[in-house]
Write a protein that binds this ligand. Sequence first.
Ligand code: SAM
Length: 294
Amino acid sequence: MAYLGTPGSTIQILKKYNFVFQKKYGQNFLVDTHILEKIIAASDISKEDCVLEIGPGIGTMTQYLAECAREVTAVEIDRALIPILEDTLSAYDNVTIINKDILKVDIGRLAEERNGGRPLKVVANLPYYITTPIIMGLFESGVPLDCVTIMVQKEVAERMQVGPGTKDYGALSLAVQYYAKPEIIMQVSPACFMPKPNVGSAVIRLARHAAAPVDVEDERYMFSIIRASFNQRRKTLVNGLANAAELQISKEEAAEALEQMGLAPTVRGESLTLSQFARLSNILTHKKQKNKKI
Ligand code: SAM
């Protein structure tokens, strides 16, 4: 078994298996041991931990993870990579490879079977084309998670971390910050990958909150409000909410709710904090309940 993580060892494996990169799967393999070591250090893995890796590629980071974790489950969509992974990971008896689309994996069941329902740690150099569905799928499904350490497109990492009043602030920032504390660990240059992506990358760690940071009565409704507020960024919040049919809120109700919170009717969604969205959601939930009773 060869150790991976350098351009030379990666090229050797790719040639041995005549591997052809699939652009549609976002395949950019890490070829920098320095970056790999930093990701492993940031993910804070010990021999107690059960790790889920999303998209192991040829198994580069999987080798590092297998050395420090008790157990690693790696989910890879590309069938052509499975014989390669069997080769590059042959020295480890603590790695399980699943050939599946991560969006179709029952991760709750996986945590139950592999870790007795205790929280998993997720580590991944994500395929960028499905970053948001993967992250939201992990959090919204209620899977027991400890922390998620992932490589994503640089701009997406920034969007996850920013607060109100900045142009990058949006539904993704609020969703991530509702579930976890985000921390950008480092920026990563395209030169650290093979082939080089045409965007910059960053490693971000999302440490799951032990308890939700705000009191919200109907989580799903709050997220519908958040999505509606950012769908039409240039519109006022009142118009954004009234235009979202599924919310069933009139302009008057939206304006009343804002007034109750001491906010102007001309306010835009991008200036509200997570706790203000939670309060708005609670006020509108009560209004809906009252309307139903009448
Ligand atoms: N972890 C490897 C590394 O760092 O060198 C590869 C990272 S590469 C950016 C993303 C990997 O995710 C590829 O191996 C790709 O085939 C895989 N992938 C893409 N879509 C996937 C999906 N829906 N489910 C599971 N794996 C996927």
